[in-house]
Design a protein around this ligand. Structure first.
Ligand SMILES: NC(=O)C1=CN([C@@H]2O[C@H](COP(=O)(O)OP(=O)(O)OC[C@H]3O[C@@H](n4cnc5c(N)ncnc54)[C@H](OP(=O)(O)O)[C@@H]3O)[C@@H](O)[C@H]2O)C=CC1
Ligand SMILES: CC(=O)[C@@H](O)[C@H](O)COP(=O)(O)O
Ligand SMILES: [Mn+2]
Length: 379
């Protein structure tokens, strides 16, 4: 029985992780969970059903009601609560399904407390990939990506020798505006942007997918997860999202991992790694799919992807600047304060005007930079 801790249990990845855990009551036990504010009724069901040892809430709004549902549960609040969960003194696997830069510090504390990590929160690696890499080594824990492309590449790399890799390829759906020109992007709405063609995801990543920032973040994420130089990390437009990731070896043979766009698959693999357990979903039917299509990535149409490669190469605090500017710009867009194209304008401006790089930043440098940029962007 594997003990599971879940940060961000009320979100898209969080609720799908709970669905996977429920399917395997003899393999996984939920020990701790953090829940947000978005759905009180659903929080009640989760607390009552799983009776976790520790529950972290954003605030005390419904605390007494929740306490009645789980009298033996320890309840904690806010950012300190996230750390209490990450450092809970029992081993296990921590699934980080928080959205945004808030995910970094709890990941670090969980690694320091010896927990294995199943990481959906890609922002952690964008901001502090080098530090995380060092800590994972020092504390001898596993870091397993949940992000679908990286989870696929992890599978394709099993049993392979790193020296044999020629390149890795991350597929991109193109997002909600993939059929529009840049001119047409002037008139798009938030409602349109939130309609991803293939995946049901939280609002922030759905917007990142529409701007192609998501692919940019994923390129940097892949660099840190697999230790592959940027020039060996490729992206390709693949509108079906059936192939998630590929590895090409130096003899040109290529391994690809396929599956319908359903995050329960990479989530279960991260929980059961390196085993594949059965999952009760629609079987992959290539005869019905018929054909898969690919188009070269267009860096003029998607300038944030080009920026991400540059920022990744620059290193230091640059990825944190790009990530913080993007997180703030997307929040402003979702709050109807800026237009869709303002997102990329604000991110590019933040990176271009940044002059205080530190090549090997400490955690404190990273957190300070993140906060400073977040506060500045859009002012
Ligand atoms: N959704 C997907 O299919 C995929 C997501 N990812 C990555 O996984 C991560 C999570 O994405 P997703 O599930 O879509 O996001 P959601 O917005 O659906 O969920 C995020 C979760 O984090 C919580 N949260 C957000 N901010 C805070 C905070 N300050 N303090 C405490 N809790 C907080 C939310 O609480 P609340 O309920 O209050 O909102 C919610 O539980 C992101 O990094 C994303 O890029 C990667 C691949 C696929
Ligand atoms: C499900 C997942 O991993 C997302 O990160 C996905 O990749 C988003 O789709 P895009 O290919 O449109 O970015
Ligand atoms: Mn992805």
């Amino acid at each position: 029985m594997k003990s599971i801790y879940l940060l961000g249990g009320s979100g898209s990845i969080g609720t799908q992780t709970l669905a996977v855990i429920e399917q395997y009551p003899n393999d996984f036990k939920l020990i701790g969970i953090s829940l947000g504010n978005r759905n009180h009724a659903s929080n009640e069901v989760i607390i009552k059903t799983f009776q976790p040892e520790i529950v972290v809430l954003k605030n005390d709004q419904h605390l007494t009601e929740y306490q009645k549902l789980a009298p033996n549960t320890r309840f904690e609040l806010g950012d300190e609560g996230l750390i209490a969960l990450a450092t809970y003194p029992k081993p296990g696997l921590l699934v980080n399904a928080l959205m945004g830069s808030v995910g970094l510090y709890p990941t670090i504390k969980a690694i320091e407390s010896g927990k294995n990590i199943a990481l959906a929160n890609k922002e952690t690696l964008i901001m502090a990939g080098d530090l995380i890499h060092q800590l994972v080594k020092k504390h001898a824990v596993e870091l397993i990506p949940i992000d679908s492309e990286h989870n696929a590449i992890l599978q394709a790399l099993l049993g392979e020798n790193k020296q044999d890799i020629q390149s890795i390829t991350i597929t991109a759906s193109g997002g909600s505006f993939r059929d529009l020109t840049r001119e047409q992007l002037n008139n798009v709405t938030k409602g349109d942007a939130l309609k991803h063609p293939n995946w049901q995801m939280g609002a922030k990543i759905t917007i990142d997918s529409a701007t192609m920032m998501n692919k940019g973040l994923e390129v940097i994420e892949a660099h840190h997860l697999f230790g592959i130089p940027y020039h060996q990390i490729k992206t390709v437009l693949h509108k079906e999202s059936i192939i998630h990731g590929m590895v090409t070896f130096r003899d040109e043979s290529t391994k690809a991992i396929l599956g319908y766009p359903d995050m329960r698959m990479p989530i279960l693999y991260a929980l059961s790694y390196p085993r594949h357990l059965a999952l009760n979903i629609k079987p992959l039917d290539l005869e019905t799919i018929g054909s898969l299509t690919f188009k070269p990535m267009d860096y003029v149409r998607y300038p944030l992807l080009a920026l991400a490669y540059r920022v990744g190469e620059l290193g230091g605090l640059y990825p944190t600047v790009m990530n913080a500017a993007n997180e703030k710009a997307v929040a402003l867009f979702l709050n109807n304060e800026i237009s869709f194209l303002d997102i990329e304008r604000l991110v590019i401006e933040a990176v271009e005007s940044f002059k205080e790089n530190i090549q090997e930043p400490t955690l404190e440098d990273i957190l300070n930079c993140n906060q400073k940029i977040y506060e500045k962007v859009g002012k």
